[in-house]
Design a protein around this ligand. Structure first.
Ligand SMILES: Nc1ncnc2c1ncn2[C@@H]1O[C@H](COP(=O)(O)OP(=O)(O)O)[C@@H](O)[C@H]1O
Ligand SMILES: O=P(O)(O)O[C@H]1O[C@H](CO)[C@@H](O[C@H]2O[C@H](CO)[C@@H](O)[C@H](O)[C@H]2O)[C@H](O)[C@H]1O
Length: 486
């Protein structure tokens, strides 16, 4: 497809496209973005002061001119430069973010909260620049682009063969706590826009495509997606957004667990079927994509990686420091397991599996409920190459086990019975997994304990950066794991 598309779709004027290192546009937006960016939930660089912004690519999806009347839509890829956290001697770091900015002469009151700012210079001087996804009219432009594949500047829009995407679906931005941003279109599709992006296929596109091709019914298969060429390199394109079927009437595992806890209800049946669903997805991924086996050197290396992550987390979160020696014992036990000749199969994984990543949906015939798994992006803080590397299934299982503990922690004030709820749910999940996978995750306790400890350490850092009021949740697990007998 060329860029000359239907009247609904933007004509590419692209006076800004390819502007590699700033220019008038970025200069006029820098101050506004520098204030706005760190306040966004999805901004990954919390705790490290922002010291600079560079424009990587700019594409007009709708013409953007101050005084132009109609709203404009601007797609930006920007790179941040961040000083190390105060007190750290690490060098400055940077991340690349995707922004979709609307431009209007004046904002209607409904879009007031989406305002980024009003540039006082440059091509957008005096206009209101705002977060475009809040504007249903601009979100509709994006859907139309995804319906009509083709290129626009550095952006490429692709559609899965045979995917049916109705036109003109009303858009609503999801308001839940997210690492990215999602727009629901008419309860039929959901578009996830990745915020922190890096060159290479995002596993949240790669794995659902592979699972859909293998006929796995547990994961909504992508209908369309868009990506960008990384300017000046021949590396793989960078995935920017994925449109997938929306599962209406679904409730996520986290909400469900909290509801059950509120009613003091047993969760073992749901946890058991969730274990089965996880095993089915793992089995399909192992059949569809490359696998291998970790031997001594790789397992020792994995244990070293876990110790390093602990050291980094302890440097950032003082509360972790007293528990370092106790936690390291789990990683030493993994290295010992390797030295005793232990090996471990590895395969592609979910990478950040927890109760918020699973949806319970009424099945199409309305006769039962069905677990689906979403968000295969992996832990947002890890580099993309690491997230795409095969790993032990114990990593995902440990993530879900931690999540039962998280849910119980929310209800702890209700009494100590929640510990039994968590233990029973964890056991049922492992039983369901073992039945469907044919191998019991509890058979390699060193692997599970090391991964659970690694996950709890990750969660401490995550909560310290994003939700300090929740820090006590993983810290309770840290105390327990650090005191666990060998
Ligand atoms: N296919 C879907 N159908 C229904 N709801 C979905 C679907 N995909 C995602 N969601 C909802 O959107 C939320 C955020 O999606 P997710 O992929 O986890 O984004 P993030 O990586 O930003 O956290 C989920 O918790 C879920 O409630
Ligand atoms: O879902 P995301 O990809 O955004 O994952 C990140 O955020 C999660 C929280 O929203 C975080 O999960 C932690 O809190 C959950 C409850 O809110 C709990 O179910 C998880 O077990 C716990 O790890 C996740 O770690 C983070 O990567």
């Amino acid at each position: 497809m060329s860029d000359s598309s239907s009247p609904r779709t933007a004509q590419a004027r692209l006076p800004l496209a390819g502007a590699p290192h700033g220019g008038a546009l970025l200069r006029s937006l820098t101050g506004l973005l520098a204030r706005w960016l760190p306040r966004q939930r999805w901004f990954a660089g919390k705790g490290r002061p922002l010291s600079g912004l560079t424009l990587i690519a700019a594409t007009e999806l709708l013409p953007c001119t101050a005084g132009g009347g109609a709203p404009g839509l601007l797609h930006l890829l920007i790179r941040t430069r961040q000083s190390p956290a105060p007190g750290s001697h690490a060098p400055p770091v940077g991340d690349c973010y995707q922004l979709l900015l609307g431009v209007r002469d004046a904002l209607p009151p409904s879009l007031g909260p989406a305002l980024v700012g009003r540039p006082s210079e440059g091509p957008l001087r005096g206009a209101s620049v705002y977060e475009a996804l809040h504007d249903p009219r601009l979100a509709a432009v994006l859907l139309e682009r995804l319906r009509t594949p083709g290129r626009l500047g550095t952006l490429s829009f692709r559609r899965a063969p045979g995917a049916h995407i109705p036109e003109g679906l009303p858009a609503r931005l999801m308001t839940s706590e997210q690492s990215n941003s999602s727009v629901v279109y008419g309860e039929s599709h959901i578009l996830k826009l990745f915020r922190r992006v890096s060159p290479g296929v995002n596993p949240d596109l790669e794995l659902p495509l592979a699972l859909a091709a293998a006929g796995c019914p547990r994961v909504p298969g992508p209908s369309a997606w868009f990506e960008a060429a990384w300017p000046g390199t021949v590396s793989e394109p960078l995935t920017l957004g994925v449109l997938a079927p929306f599962l209406p009437g679904s409730v996520d595992g986290w909400q469900l667990a909290i509801q059950y806890l509120g009613r003091r209800a047993d969760f073992t049946s749901a946890a058991h079927s969730l274990g089965r669903a996880t095993a089915e997805v793992h089995t399909t991924l192992a059949e569809a994509l490359p696998t291998s086996v970790m031997g001594r050197a790789q397992l020792e290396q994995a244990a070293t990686g876990m110790s390093e992550r602990l050291a980094e987390a302890a440097a950032a979160v003082p509360a972790l420091r007293p528990y370092r020696a106790g936690l390291r014992r789990a990683f030493e036990a993994l290295a010992d397991f390797a030295r005793r000749g232990g090996t471990c199969p590895v395969q592609r994984l979910h990478g950040d599996l927890h109760l918020g990543q699973v949806l319970l949906t009424p099945d199409a015939r309305g006769r039962g409920m069905h677990w689906s798994i979403i968000d295969f992006e992996g832990e947002p803080a890890r580099p993309l190459a690491e997230r795409r590397r095969p790993g032990p299934v114990a990593r995902d299982i440990a993530g879900m086990l931690r999540s039962f503990d998280y849910a119980a922690a929310q209800a702890r004030a209700a009494g100590s019975w929640v510990d039994g709820w968590s233990r029973a749910s964890r056991a049922a999940y492992c039983r369901g997994y073992a039945e469907a996978a044919g191998s019991d995750p509890l058979e390699r306790p060193e692997l599970l304990r090391a991964h659970e400890t690694d996950k709890a350490v990750y969660e401490v850092l995550y909560e310290a950066r994003h939700r300090p009021a929740w820090l006590h949740v993983p810290m309770a697990a840290i105390r327990r794991l650090a005191a666990a007998p060998d």
